[in-house]
Structures are given as C-alpha cells and as structure tokens.
Design a protein around this ligand. Structure first.
Ligand code: NAD
Ligand code: MG
Length: 401
C-alpha cells in the first residue's frame, strides 16, 4: 500500500488535532508531510516533533523565529515556510497527496482552492471556502481531477447516504439519482431553550459551551446563532448540486443523526454516530475504505429519544438570512460570511452583544446588495468583495457597539 502524504492546514485547531489523532492510528497508511498554525506556535512545535512533519507553515517572521527558538536540540527541524502564499504552495506541493483544509474562515480559501487546483484529495472542513466561492471551488475540483471529501459532519453524513457512485467525490453537477431532499440536522446549540429576552446578555463563554460538540470558538458561536447551519445549507447546495428549496433544516438536539437523504420513493437514509469529528475525518482519509477512527462503541440501547423539530426563525434569524443570501447569489453569500466573521470576532472580544450579530449581518447584506456587485469571476474578485463587506460590517459594529 502506498503511504499517503497529508498536509494538515490549521493543525493546531480542533479539527487539526482530531486529524492528527486519526493519522497517528495508521502509520502504515498516512504520513504527516506538512502542518500549519496561525498562533500557538508551541503547540505546532510539539505536533511537528511527534509527527516528524517535513514542512511547517507559520504566518510571519516573528512566528518563524518563535518556532526556531522553541525547537529542541534534536531531531532536525522541519523546513519553516512563511505567509499565506506559502500555505497555498504547500497545499499544492507535489509531495502532498491529501490536504485537510481546517483553517477557520475565508482565510482558508486560497489554500483550499490551491489544493483543488493541484488535483489533490481535499478533505474540506473549512466550510467558509464553499460559502464564499462555491462555484469556483467546485469547478476547480472538476477541472483538475481533484477529489472532494466533505468533513463537516452533516455533509459527510449525506455523502455516506448517497448512492455509492464512484464519482461522488468529483464535484457532480447534478443531484444524485433519485434524491428528493437533503435533511440537515442541527443541535440548536446552547441557547435552544433559553428565554429570548435572556439572549441579550449571554457571554462568549456561554455561547461557546456547545451541548454536544467540542469545537473552535468561531464555529461554536456560529452554532449558537445557527448561522453555522445557514453556512451548511449553502455548503450542501454546492457539494450536492441541490436547490435551496430541496434542503430542509431540522433541529435534532441529541446530535446523533448527523443528517439524512430523502429519496423519491419516500425512503430516508440517515447516518448516525457519536458526535466526534474523528468519524468523518477517518471516512475522508480512508474513502472508499473504512478505517478505525478511535471512536468507541455507540450504545443504541441507551438512547431513549431521537427528537426532531422545526427551527424557530425568531430565535435563529441568521438561518433565514443565510437562505436569503443563497437565493440572492454568490455575492450575497460572500457578504453574509464576511459580516459574520467580523461580528463574531467583535462578540468574542466583548465589543458587541450576541443579539447584534444577526443585525450586523442583515444590515451588511442590505448595504452590499444595494451595490449590485457583479458575480465574482475569480479568486481575486471573491477576496475583494469579502474585503469590502468586512469594512462595511466593521463600520456597522462601531455604530452598534
Ligand atoms: P479552530 O479555531 O479550533 O482552529 C483553526 C485553525 O486555523 C488553527 O490551527 C489556527 O491556527 C488556524 N488559523 C486561524 N486563523 C488563521 C489565518 N488567518 N490564517 C491561517 N491559519 C489560521 O477551528 P476548528 O473548530 O478546528 O474549525 C476549523 C474549520 O473547520 C472551520 O472552518 C469550521 O467551520 C470547520 N468545522 C469544524 C468543526 C469542529 O468540530 N471543530 C466541525 C465542522 C466544520
Ligand atoms: Mg457541521
């Protein structure tokens, strides 16, 4: 068996760490070729020591110096590359066979796209890349013979429930045969049952205390607002070529059914499992084979309920905003995502209230839509529109702070 060389972008994050955990269980199949981190360079050093990575990518010269200072006397240090271009070049490196795209936010888009353009197997956790540039990304996968394996648990579940067509990782341009709807499940996050008036005063730590999943802070806040599910609806639209009206969101507080596919004959296929990202990561690494992930037994006998309910759009206005943006087109999706990244960062640093997040996204969408930007034709257009929307969102945050 040929050993796969894996590049883990965002290795110090929650998905990055779970990826290294799965890889470490299969030294005969996978080797870590490259790692990247934006902060926590000490953690990057220990990861590089343990995995024997040949390359690491850090954001700037100060981080490179820090990495060198922290590196032990032995073994020999890996090559240290610097900056965003180095991230994209490393993702496209000829040595690399698979890329885990686990950087958070639009910052991860250029490198994920570079991996697709270099024809790699792309394990896509970075949903913001598809939200901001779904059309470009899927086209790159098709044109360059890449393989796209969704890692987001819902999309991984749907991928597993689709007909076992060899080409399903090749960015199909039409819905899979016989599929009527995709049913995306959502936990409802930490505020599903909190009184609406109380949302005004919730803190970042409360928003990040997800009932079922342990994740990075940005996606945890997105799960609380359910903007995360909105991003996932857009992600599902691109991954599976499904129209917005054929994607339904269902609240499922137990987070055990990770999503479902409904077929024309009335059958609904679901994927169940513990809420542990190592399952979708192992699926993406091993596809089409199944490999151990480290996730333990799932005791169905202890399950008392599997509950499902409609999301309340008054509680979760961000979900409605995401459907609106998807129907309006790519430029609106860029604005939605950019405004959210700005607003969540302001919330996490205590500068705006939780309840302002949806207002800032809504206002930013209105302002940007009024400009009637042309649909982006390339990565530069996407990044320019993203930049513009961020500036608008930052101004709106100041007004509302
Ligand atoms: P995290 O915050 O734990 O980790 C993010 C990683 O990206 C870190 O390694 C960080 O150093 C790096 N990073 C941050 N900003 C960067 C920048 N500007 N340039 C380069 N690198 C940067 O996030 P996470 O929870 O691991 O999520 C990563 C991605 O996976 C997100 O897009 C998220 O939506 C998606 N995702 C995560 C989960 C989960 O369970 N954590 C589930 C589904 C999807
Ligand atoms: Mg998800």
């Amino acid at each position: 068996m040929k050993v796969q060389n894996v590049c883990v972008l965002g290795s110090t994050g929650s998905i990055g760490e779970s990826t290294l955990d799965v890889i470490a269980r299969h030294p005969d199949r996978y080797r870590v070729y490259a790692l990247s981190a934006y902060s926590r360079i000490d953690k990057l050093v220990s990861q590089a020591v343990v995995t024997g990575a040949r390359v690491v990518v850090v954001p700037d010269d100060a981080a490179r110096q820090c990495f060198r200072d922290l590196w032990p006397a032995a073994p020999a240090a890996p090559e240290v590359r610097v900056g965003a271009q180095a991230l994209a070049d490393t993702a496209a490196d000829t040595e690399v066979t698979a890329v885990m795209a686990a950087i958070v936010g639009t910052a991860g888009l250029p490198a994920a796209l570079a991996a697709a353009r270099a024809g790699k197997r792309v394990l896509l956790a970075n949903k913001e890349a598809l939200v901001a540039a779904g059309g470009l990304f899927m086209q790159a996968v098709r044109e360059h013979g890449a393989e796209l394996l969704p890692i987001d648990s819902e999309h991984n579940a749907i991928f597993q429930c689709l007909p076992a067509d060899e080409d399903r990782a090749r960015a199909p341009q039409r819905p899979a045969r016989g599929v009527r709807r995709l049913l995306l499940t959502a936990s409802g996050g930490p505020f599903r049952t909190v009184a609406l008036e109380a949302l005004h005063d919730v803190t970042p730590d409360q928003a990040c205390a997800h009932p079922n999943w342990s994740m990075g802070r940005k996606i945890s806040v997105d799960s609380a607002t359910m903007l995360n599910k909105g991003l996932e609806v857009i992600e599902a639209h691109w991954l599976f070529s499904m129209a917005p009206d054929s994607i339904q969101v269902l609240i499922h507080p137990q987070s055990l059914v990770h999503s479902m596919v409904e077929y024309e004959d009335g059958s609904i296929l679901a994927q169940l499992g513990q809420p542990d990202m190592r399952t979708p990561i192992a699926y993406g690494l091993g596809f089409p084979e199944r490999i151990p992930s480290g996730v333990g037994l799932f005791d169905l006998a202890r399950l008392r309920h599997l509950d499902f309910e409609q999301p309340d759009l008054e509680r979760f206005p961000c979900l409605a905003l995401a459907f609106d943006a998807l129907r309006a087109g790519q430029s609106s999706c860029i604005s939605l995502n950019a405004a959210n990244e700005v607003a969540v960062e302001r919330f996490l640093t205590g500068r705006i209230r939780y309840t302002e997040i949806s207002h800032i996204i809504g206002d930013c969408l209105e302002r940007m839509d009024a400009l009637h930007c042309a649909a982006p034709a390339n990565l530069e257009d996407v990044l320019e529109q993203d930049h513009h929307a961020r500036a608008v969102a930052a101004e709106l945050c100041m007004l509302r702070a």
